[in-house]
Design a protein around this ligand. Sequence first.
Ligand SMILES: NC(=O)c1ccc[n+]([C@@H]2O[C@H](COP(=O)([O-])OP(=O)(O)OC[C@H]3O[C@@H](n4cnc5c(N)ncnc54)[C@H](OP(=O)(O)O)[C@@H]3O)[C@@H](O)[C@H]2O)c1
Length: 261
Amino acid sequence: MSERQMVGDSTERRIVLITGASRGIGAETAKVLAAGGDHVIINYREKRKRAQTIADEIGAAGGSASIAGADIADADATAAMIAEVVAEFGRLDVLVLNASGGLERDAAPDYATALNRDAQVRLVREALPHLPSGGRIVFVTSHQAHFHGRKPVPADYEPIAASKRAGEDALRAMIPELTEHGIGLNVVSGDMIDGTIIVRLLERRNPEAVSARRDHGALPTIEEFAAVVGEAASAASESGRTFYVGGQDYLTDGLGRDIPA
Ligand SMILES: NC(=O)c1ccc[n+]([C@@H]2O[C@H](COP(=O)([O-])OP(=O)(O)OC[C@H]3O[C@@H](n4cnc5c(N)ncnc54)[C@H](OP(=O)(O)O)[C@@H]3O)[C@@H](O)[C@H]2O)c1
């Protein structure tokens, strides 16, 4: 459900909905876009207080933000969130598909696909009638997912990588339809991002996996990654572009030749 917890003034600003913005990359992306003049709607699943703190911080910095709780794996909750965004703002200019999961301890075996593919497509379908021409959709992913099938993935991340790649493929398949509506889709793919909860947990559980990535160079920070997500939300480039952050070794075939997106 979206909540009328407006901080700042949303008049004449782009209306941007960011899924999973109560922490990490989504929260930082909200700050980047709000600093650029957008009104940001911070979606969260459970952590309402955390989402409100991010909105308050944006307001204190002179930006405009509100919060919208919805488990995007729940079709009714997703529809209700979009309906409330439209009731409040009349449109949605940018949709940032950042929320992701599947590694949760109690997750059902099909949850990764339900969230990382099906929920993403459903959200785009719900938002499409309200995105004006010139609107933007950004799908946030990891190199391990984006390069799934082309580069090795650690066994415990395999189902997540496969489901996120399936989500990216399903969204890319919508490009012709989105183009007809004047809406662009961009993908942002990153290496492990330093400072995120996931990398901090992994570093404790499997330090070699993280140090192996660090051997290729410093990992990008949350701020660096969010800055590129912000860029992808505004770029007027041709639909379907992939923005890469870190992990130079993923981007060549080992012989120094670029791997096509
Ligand atoms: N971490 C990395 O190293 C890394 C690297 C490359 C790409 N990425 C990508 O960047 C994105 C964000 O990653 P992150 O590490 O910042 O994530 P994170 O710290 O795990 O944060 C997850 C966010 O998503 C929300 N969320 C989870 N399930 C949800 C659902 N069903 N419905 C709505 N919201 C949900 C959480 O809300 P609550 O707190 O309310 O539960 C939280 O705000 C993901 O797409 C990820 O694949 C991450």
